[in-house]
Design a protein around this ligand. Structure first.
Ligand code: NAP
Length: 309
């Protein structure tokens, strides 16, 4: 029987692991199918305190893992298939095997939001992608026009990164100003290889018949004009959806699927705590996720202490 199982291995998960490990609770971290979480797909993280030169996202997560393991956190690359929170100890089915635990910290993070337009899904891995750092350097994108969709920090970061490879990067945004932080927006708009296309939506990714991306269909949202923009790749960076499918009907979720904490990091199920992007639609930063992971660990530790008394 485990004392603490942490589901997820992003900044929230590893920080919760570090704190519960140091509290000698020997937490079990179930990494899920993307160990290290979404941050491992980022290039340079410039806003995590303590790294004045910035730090590679993958390296940051690897360091967090090592730090937690140094104090006794156990890592399993298991995928949780189902959870039973109806009675304690809780039972999780992990790769077909039951795991029993006194407490759970949910830190499952968030995944990429999709546009939901024709061709997007069909051409995934054939030119449609959600991660410039993962795919940008592929030969198919070299010296070709590329499209990034979105107006937030992710879209700006992707667009800047892609200027290393593409001949030109079109940044297609549905409004006429960026949502990204000021520094990121300024850098992006100052880049001569980035060409913003304002007030526009991608309405289709072409061409499913050719089985590869050759263009996107655009619609100007102000005047309704439609056009075709030739490109070899579409990088979609329009935000995230919480990874909470597993908990539907088991725990309180809001209308967008985010877990709703009650007191501190406790959920509506006593003994189940939550941290990071799966419960945060406001801040969504590595550092706020890490902070929430710390808080969830302290809450779980205190909860276990009261159970022992
Ligand atoms: P975000 O801030 O939510 O921005 C999403 C962007 O996509 C917005 O510009 C939004 O348009 C657009 N969008 C959303 N749904 C759309 C749709 N269906 N069709 C077309 N466009 C759509 O998401 P994010 O950029 O992934 O950033 C998430 C969080 O991570 C933020 O807090 C951000 O600061 C942080 N982040 C930080 C860094 C960094 O500092 N290095 C890097 C990446 C992310 P509207 O503007 O019109 O809503």
């Amino acid at each position: 029987m485990e004392k603490v199982v942490i589901i997820g291995s992003g900044p929230a998960g590893w920080t919760a692991a570090l704190y519960t490990a140091r509290a000698q609770l020997a937490p079990l971290v179930l990494t899920g199918k993307q160990p290290g979480g979404l941050l491992t797909t980022t290039s340079i993280v410039e806003n995590f305190p303590g790294f004045p030169e910035g730090v590679d996202g993958f390296e940051l997560m690897t360091r967090m893992q090592k730090q937690a393991e140094r104090f006794g956190a156990k890592t399993s690359f298991g995928l949780v298939e189902s959870v039973d929170f109806t009675k304690r100890p809780f039972t999780l089915i992990v790769d077909g095997e039951p795991v029993q635990t006194e407490t759970v910290i949910i830190a499952t993070g968030a995944g990429h939001k999709h546009l939901g337009v024709p061709g997007e899904h069909e051409l995934e891995t054939k030119g449609t992608t959600y991660c410039a750092t993962c795919d940008g350097a592929l030969p198919v994108f070299r010296n070709q026009p590329l499209v990034v969709v979105g107006g937030g920090d992710s879209a700006c970061e992707e667009a800047q990164y892609l200027t290393r490879f593409g001949s030109i990067v079109y940044l297609v945004h549905r409004r006429d100003s960026l949502r990204a932080s000021k520094i990121m927006a300024e850098r992006t708009l100052a880049n001569p290889k980035i060409n913003p296309i304002w007030d526009s939506a991608v309405t289709e990714v072409l061409d499913v018949k050719q089985d590869k991306v050759i263009a996107v269909k655009l619609k100007n949202l102000k005047n309704g004009a439609e056009s075709i923009l030739a490109c070899a790749g579409v990088f979609i960076a329009i935000g995230h959806v919480p990874n909470t499918e597993l908990f539907k009907g088991k725990i309180n979720l809001d209308e967008n699927g985010f877990i709703v904490p009650q007191q501190g990091t406790m959920t509506n199920v006593t003994g189940v705590f939550v941290a990071g992007d799966c419960a945060d639609h406001v801040y969504r930063q590595a550092i706020t996720a890490a902070g929430a992971g710390c808080a969830a660990a302290i809450d779980a530790e205190r909860f276990l202490a009261t159970q022992r008394q």
